[in-house]
Write a protein that binds this ligand. Sequence first.
Ligand SMILES: [Zn+2]
Length: 370
Amino acid sequence: MSARTDASRWNAVAARDRDHDGEFVYAVRTTGVYCRPSCASRRALRANVRFFEDGSAAEAAGFRACKRCEPRSTESATTRVIAKARAYLDAHIDAQPALATLAKAVGMSASHLQRTFKREMGVSPRQYVAALRADRLKAHLRAGATVSRATFDAGYGASSRAYHAATEQLGMTPGAYRRGGKGVHIRYMTAPSALGRLLVAATDRGVCAVTLGDDDVTLENALNSEYPQSTRRRVRGTRGDDDLRAWVAAVRAYLEGVEREIAVPLDVAGTPFQERVWQALQRIPFGETRSYTQVAESIAAPTAVRAVASACARNRVSLVIPCHRVVRGTGALGGYRWGLARKERLLAREHGIAARRVDASEGPATRASR
Ligand SMILES: [Zn+2]
């Protein structure tokens, strides 16, 4: 709820504004009770009020729910409205419903719905529809259509930029990630690769971990500690889970030098800052490197070099988000979560392949994107 200040929350409480119910709760030190913003009970003194993201947070701090406004019931009402909104959008993916239409359909004001949806889902309703269309695109891709044809069919202009932009929109919500993947079902596979053992894990929405290591047990333990509350299933054998198999194949094609890009949907939630860094990393071309400072400058946060480095270190999908392409300004390799030797080999190989392509006079023409 980062952007909302306590001052604006207090204004909502002072106005008993129903529109903010479900967005936060306020607790009163003197009574030990917490309420939704619109509670009709006597107004507390500002000095005695603390704000919390939700009832759980207030209860963790020792407050109990108000019997009069039942702040817990707002939370479940919110969940119902969001479920209704999602169902509506799922059913109207081609119509691109206006926010006002959607709001009417679920019985909530447009501005309240926009805020609530964004808070619960991590994306706006509009971005949600874009991601649904991206899902359809992925289905086309799995069915064997070429990328340009599939982007066209899915309603985008024929541009892989649109594909990447859309697939970056939606995934595990930040909330689900914060809760250790609670309620999230993860499948994973391991495979041999030129850089050791490879583990690829995915939710129903996309790849949530790509890790490299010396043995499967270490990789599995790392996955477990990243998503401790999720349910996890290891995929073995040669049948079923076609989507996961396709994503593993895409990562291996990159590691074997067959492909320069790994075009898989991602499901990685982070802080807004981390996500900006991760998106910036995906814009570093194959065969090139950037310094941490350059990445910080590219996201208009030139002084946040340390935060950039730590976002790189928090990357959960190696290779797909190419954090190996970030090095120290001095030319030193910097860190790498999956081992410096691997980073060194990845960069050497990418540079080698990129250099060969430039030398070859009849290399594939790279058309400027429109
Ligand atoms: Zn109350």
